[in-house]
Design a protein around this ligand. Structure first.
Ligand code: ARG
Length: 469
C-alpha cells in the first residue's frame, strides 16, 4: 500500500497538549507523520504504572490532594482495562500513548486529569516507560537464554562420547567430542546472559523526577517514585536522565551478539543437515518443503533466524545513527528510538525461543559420524604429536606427517591401513603403537591440555556448566 498525501487543509480536531501558544492548528498530515501511537501503544501498561507511581508520590508529598489522586489512579486503572479489552483503541489523532491516556482521563474525570503532570514532562515519562519495558524484555531474553543453555547442557551430556569432526576454515580439522562442541555454544550464550545482567544494572535506574530536563520547583520525591516503580537506583543528573539512550544502544548491542551467535549456530545446522554433510537430522516439525521440488526439506527456521540477525544489526545502526548528532538534552528524534528497541527485543527473544525448540528436535546421526570419523585424514595431527612424544621437534614431525598425508592421498589408503614398513620409510621412530593413536577415541581422549576435548575434560566442563545454570 502506498501512502497518499492528505488533501484536506484542515488542522487537527483535538487540542494538543502544547497547543495554547499557537495561533493556527497543527496540520493533520504533520500530526499523522509525527504521531508515535502506532508504535508506543505497546507501552500503555508501563505508562499507566509510571503515572500511578508519580501521582501517588505527588499526593504523599501534598502536592495534589489525596482525594484527587485517588480519582486519577482509579481513572488510570479503568483506562488500562479499556485498552487491554479493546474498548479503547489508541489512534494517531493523539500524539503518543501518553497523550492518548491523558486525554481519555480528561474525558473521564475532567480537568483534574491535568494534575497528573505536575512536576513531570513527557521527556522523563517516556524514558521511564522505556526503562520499565526494557527490564521486562531483559528478563524474558535472559529466561530464553537459560532454557537454551539447559538444552545445550543436555545435548552435551547425551553426546559426550559421540565423536564428530571439528572444523577450521570449514575443512575437517580434528575429531572432537560432540559434547565439547555443544559446550562451546553454552559458553557463548553464558556470556550473552552475563552481558544482559550487567546492563540490567544500568537499565534499573529511575529517571522519573527529571521533568523536562532541568528538574522542577515542586517538592518532588524522586526516591519515592523510584521505590514505587521498583527501580534499584535514582538518576543523578536530570539532563542526563532525559537525554541518554545508552541503555537502548547497549541492549541492542547485546541482542546483536546473541543473534550473531545464533546465526553461526544456524549455519552449522543448515550445513550439517544438508545431504553433503548429512550429520544431523532436523525434525520435520521445524523444516519446510518446496512448492515445486517434492524431495526438498529445507531448514527454513534456521535460515530465518540467520536472516533476522541482519534486522537486529540494522536496529543497532538505526539507534546509533539517531543519537550521534543530537544536541543535549531531549530532541524529538529520540521518539524514533522505539521501533529499533521493540524490533530488536522481539526478534531476539523469538529467535532464541524458536531456535531452542528446533535444536531440541535435532539428532546427530551417530552411526554415520562414527563411520566417517573412523578413517579420516583429520587424524593426521595424531601422527605429528606421536613423533613429538618420541622427541622429534614439532616442525620436523609436521613435515614428515605432511609427506605421509600426501602418500595416503596418492595411494588412496587410509592412515590406519598404511603398513608399518611404509611408515618406517618416513621415520624410524614409528612403532606398532601408532595404530592405537590413530583411533578417533584415542585422539579425543588422550588430549591432556586444559579445556580440551577429552572425555574427562568434557565431564569437567559439564560440571562447571551445571553450576552456572
Ligand atoms: N512521544 C515522545 C517520545 O517518544 C514523547 C516525548 C515528547 N516530548 C516532547 N518534548 N515533544 O519521545
Amino acid at each position: 500500500m502506498i501512502l497518499k498525501p492528505m488533501s484536506s487543509k484542515k488542522g487537527t480536531e483535538k487540542e494538543l497538549l502544547w497547543q495554547s501558544r499557537f495561533a493556527e492548528p497543527f496540520d493533520r498530515e504533520a500530526l499523522l507523520f509525527s504521531s508515535s501511537v502506532d508504535v508506543d501503544k505497546v507501552l500503555y501498561q508501563e505508562d499507566i504504572k509510571g503515572s500511578i507511581a508519580h501521582v501517588t508520590m505527588l499526593s504523599e508529598e501534598a502536592i495534589i490532594p489525596v482525594e484527587e489522586a485517588r480519582l486519577i489512579v482509579e481513572g488510570l486503572e479503568e483506562i488500562e482495562q479499556e485498552i487491554s479489552s479493546g474498548a479503547l483503541v489508541p489512534g494517531w489523532e493523539d500524539e503518543d500513548i501518553h497523550t492518548v491516556i491523558e486525554n481519555r482521563l480528561k474525558e473521564k474525570i475532567g480537568p483534574i486529569a491535568g494534575k497528573m503532570h505536575s512536576g513531570r514532562s513527557r521527556n522523563d515519562q517516556v524514558v521511564t516507560d522505556t526503562r520499565l519495558y526494557m527490564k521486562q524484555a531483559i528478563g524474558e531474553l535472559n529466561n530464553a537464554l537459560e532454557d537454551l543453555k539447559k538444552l545445550l547442557l543436555e545435548k552435551a551430556e547425551t553426546y559426550r562420547y559421540t565423536i564428530i569432526f571439528g572444523y577450521t576454515h570449514l575443512q575437517r580439522a580434528q575429531p572432537v567430542s560432540a559434547g565439547h562442541y555443544y559446550l562451546a555454544w553454552f559458553n557463548m550464550f553464558q556470556r550473552d546472559g552475563e552481558r544482559l545482567k550487567d546492563l540490567y544494572k544500568r537499565v534499573n535506574i529511575s529517571p522519573l523526577g527529571a521533568a523536562a530536563f532541568a528538574g522542577s520547583t515542586l517538592p518532588l520525591n524522586a526516591k519515592r517514585s523510584m521505590e514505587l516503580l521498583d527501580f534499584g537506583e535514582l538518576f543523578r543528573n536530570s539532563i542526563d536522565a532525559v537525554s541518554d539512550r545508552d541503555i537502548i544502544i547497549e541492549f541492542i548491542s547485546a541482542c546483536s551478539i546473541v543473534m550473531m551467535h545464533l546465526s553461526r549456530f544456524c549455519e552449522d545446522l543448515i550445513l550439517w543437515s544438508s545431504s553433503e554433510f548429512d550429520y544431523l537430522k532436523i525434525s520435520d516439525a521445524f523444516a519446510t518443503g518446496s512448492s515445486i521440488m517434492p524431495q526438498k526439506k529445507n531448514a527454513d527456521i534456521a535460515e530465518l533466524v540467520r536472516g533476522k540477525t541482519g534486522r537486529v544489526y540494522g536496529d543497532l545502526i538505526n539507534i546509533l545513527t539517531i543519537m550521534k548528532g543530537l544536541p543535549l538534552s531531549y530532541n524529538r528524534d529520540m521518539q524514533e528510538d522505539k521501533p529499533p528497541l521493540f524490533d530488536a527485543s522481539n526478534s531476539t527473544i523469538s529467535s532464541v525461543r524458536i531456535f531452542t525448540k528446533m535444536l531440541a528436535h535435532t539428532k546427530l546421526k551417530e552411526e554415520r559420524l562414527a563411520k566417517l570419523t573412523e578413517e579420516d585424514l583429520s587424524l593426521a595431527t595424531e601422527i605429528a604429536e606421536y613423533l613429538v612424544r618420541k622427541n622429534l621437534p614439532f616442525r620436523e614431525a609436521h613435515r614428515i606427517t605432511g609427506k605421509i598425508v600426501s602418500h595416503a592421498i596418492e595411494s588412496e589408503t587410509a592412515l590406519q591401513h598404511i603398513p608399518l614398513e611404509t611408515y618406517r620409510t618416513f621415520s624410524d621412530l614409528f612403532d606398532s603403537d601408532l595404530y592405537d593413536a590413530l583411533k578417533p577415541e584415542t585422539s579425543v581422549n588422550t588430549k591432556q591440555s586444559h579445556g580440551s576435548t577429552s572425555f574427562a575434560s568434557v565431564d569437567e566442563q559439564i560440571k562447571a556448566a551445571r553450576e552456572k545454570l
